[in-house]
Design a protein around this ligand. Structure first.
Ligand SMILES: Cc1cc2nc3c(=O)[nH]c(=O)nc-3n(C[C@H](O)[C@H](O)[C@H](O)COP(=O)(O)O)c2cc1C
Length: 209
């Protein structure tokens, strides 16, 4: 079975997002689903400069961070979970800069049919806004956004706080259970002739035609 990539967008590798992703990885392991974790580190993350060169070159012009590597390896993964701390009521710039370039440069066909979920962590508030913002990536690229028993957020300022958020941790486990079940269901469907939809050519209008 294909792997799930867990992307940690926090500058703290072992903070609240790291705690949530560890809980998710452990639950996937119980369900015999392999995971790989990618921490985006602490260095500045280049944002998208809208040069559109990826559309002709097939990859992002900025080649010094994991964007091109993950885009090239996208077919290895059946699903993705992107985790971000909440900064001023939204996901952090590091993760959105990474995701803007990753999703845009690889092209929609790379992402169609893959499972996806967002995880956010905050001390007090802004989780739902950050969660909704991250979900926008999946809902316009034919990815299949996976939910849980609650919106996927965990609370705390430190990993120690997050480890005390019993409901948050359970929400992470339920997310991994749902994703594991969906993966197995899709594989069973494929083995029985249920094929992925064939899409029409995408019509683009800029609200002027
Ligand atoms: C620049 C900045 C902005 C923040 N904004 C919020 C916020 O809007 N709401 C909130 O509850 N916590 C906010 N926090 C706290 C973090 O979201 C919270 O501590 C989070 O769980 C940290 O996750 P991490 O340990 O994975 O980095 C902010 C922290 C920083 C550094």
């Amino acid at each position: 079975m294909s792997k799930i990539l867990l992307v940690n967008g926090s500058p703290n590798e072992y903070g609240c997002c790291g705690t949530a992703l560890e809980e998710i990885a452990n639950e996937f392991a119980k369900n015999e689903v392999e995971t790989e974790t990618l921490w985006l580190g602490k260095k500045p993350m280049q944002d998208c400069i809208a040069c559109f060169q990826c559309k002709t070159k097939g990859k992002c012009v900025f080649d010094d961070d994991p964007v091109n590597d993950i885009a090239a390896r996208a077919d290895e993964f059946a699903g993705f979970i992107f985790a971000s701390p909440v900064y001023y009521g939204g996901p952090n710039g590091r993760l959105t800069s990474f995701m803007d370039r990753l999703i845009f440069s690889a092209g929609d066909e790379k992402w169609a049919g893959k499972l996806a979920a967002s995880v956010v962590s905050c001390r007090r508030a802004g989780a739902t806004e950050a969660f909704e913002r991250l979900n926008q990536y999946y809902l316009m690229t034919n990815m299949i956004a996976v939910g849980s028993q609650y919106w996927n957020n965990i609370h705390g300022g430190t990993a120690e706080d997050a480890k005390k958020d019993a409901e948050g941790l359970q929400t992470m486990r339920t997310l991994a259970k749902n994703m594991s079940w969906l993966l197995k269901s899709i594989e069973a469907g494929r083995a029985n002739g249920v094929t992925f939809p064939e899409y029409e050519e995408h019509i683009y209008t800029n609200f002027i035609q």
